[in-house]
Design a protein around this ligand. Structure first.
Ligand SMILES: [Zn+2]
Length: 312
């Protein structure tokens, strides 16, 4: 069975502690694990490339597959990052070394010689208007958003969207979004109506859900229950998006997200709650072994199939 986590941050996790991969494979029936890690600065990108190499030196690529996305996060809308992003994309497209234009930062840029340094998607990009501080940078957010949409069109890459309280700006960009290969809404917080409307308007949109579905988030739960299966993805956003009482989100929490997803899609009454997740760690493995069964094989694998269709 394949498990796909469409969004996490490898460089923000405990460095070189890859035991989460073993944890995921400890569940009966799970034999493939794919995840997409996001970077938002040059140092973050370089560190992630190194971590990806470390994982591939330890695990077989036929079991573990890693995708890497790079983007300008709306919480730090630095337009200068656009050159870095374009250099990485250019390198991949023409298979050449990047031009050393991105001022001093690029002198450290020798790592991009390896096939594992290429990126599969642009992002996180989008809008974050959650706090007054973030709101004050709206103009800059718009500028980096538009620049990234242009790059996604030019280099034919999917984008990973981070959007908090900014859905109206997403809808303002429909014409550009329609030209993009795939638009993945990470931790989608919109409503079912908004999700369907995006698709109806011709955007190849996918909606990814994580721990909010374990935390009673009504919009996310409703979306997981009722959106077409082929438009749904799952994620952890680890180490972020912790539940109450947790210090970090571990990538292996993707199993709990899958468990909830299966229950929601099958409309079972006994939906797991936040409490269950935190209190009954020891019995969780038993519960999971009941979820990752032959019966749920197609449902579980559909998530990986969706992801593989839109990213490579
Ligand atoms: Zn994230």
């Amino acid at each position: 069975m394949n498990i796909t986590d469409s969004h996490l941050h490898l460089s923000d996790l405990s460095q070189n502690d890859f035991s989460f991969i073993d944890d995921i494979f400890s569940v009966d029936g799970v034999d493939k694990y794919l995840f997409c890690t996001s970077s938002h600065s040059l140092s973050d990108y370089n560190m992630t490339c190194q971590l990806i190499k470390n994982i591939y030196s330890k695990y077989d690529i036929s079991n573990v597959k890693i995708c890497h996305s790079l983007g300008i996060h709306p919480q730090n809308p630095d337009i200068n990052m656009t050159s870095l992003l374009e250099n990485v994309l250019k390198y991949e497209k023409y298979d050449i070394k990047p031009d050393i234009k991105y001022d001093k930062l690029l002198t450290k840029y020798d790592i991009l010689q390896d096939k594992y340094d290429k990126i599969s998607a642009i992002g996180e990009c989008g809008f974050d208007l959650f706090t007054p501080e973030f709101k004050s940078t709206l103009d800059k957010q718009k500028e980096v958003w538009n620049a990234q949409l242009e790059l996604a069109i030019k280099y034919d890459k999917p984008i990973i969207v981070h959007c908090r309280k900014g859905m109206c700006h997403i809808f303002e960009s429909i014409e550009k979004l329609k030209k993009i290969k795939a638009v993945i809404f990470h931790s989608f917080s919109g409503s079912v109506t908004e999700a369907i409307s995006l698709r109806k308007k011709g955007v190849n949109a996918f909606f990814s859900f994580g721990k909010p579905i374990l935390n009673g988030n009504k919009n996310a739960i409703q979306c997981v229950k009722s959106l077409p299966l082929e438009n749904i993805l799952l994620e952890t956003d680890s180490p972020y998006q912790t539940l109450k009482g947790e210090e970090v989100t571990n990538p292996s929490d993707v199993l709990k997200v899958y468990e909830q997803f299966v229950k929601l899609r099958k409309d079972e009454n006994e939906i797991i709650s936040n409490q269950d997740v935190i209190l009954k760690e020891s019995s969780i493995l038993n519960q999971l072994n009941q979820i990752f069964t032959e019966e749920n094989f197609n449902l579980i694998n559909s998530i990986s199939e969706n992801f593989c269709k839109l990213i490579n």
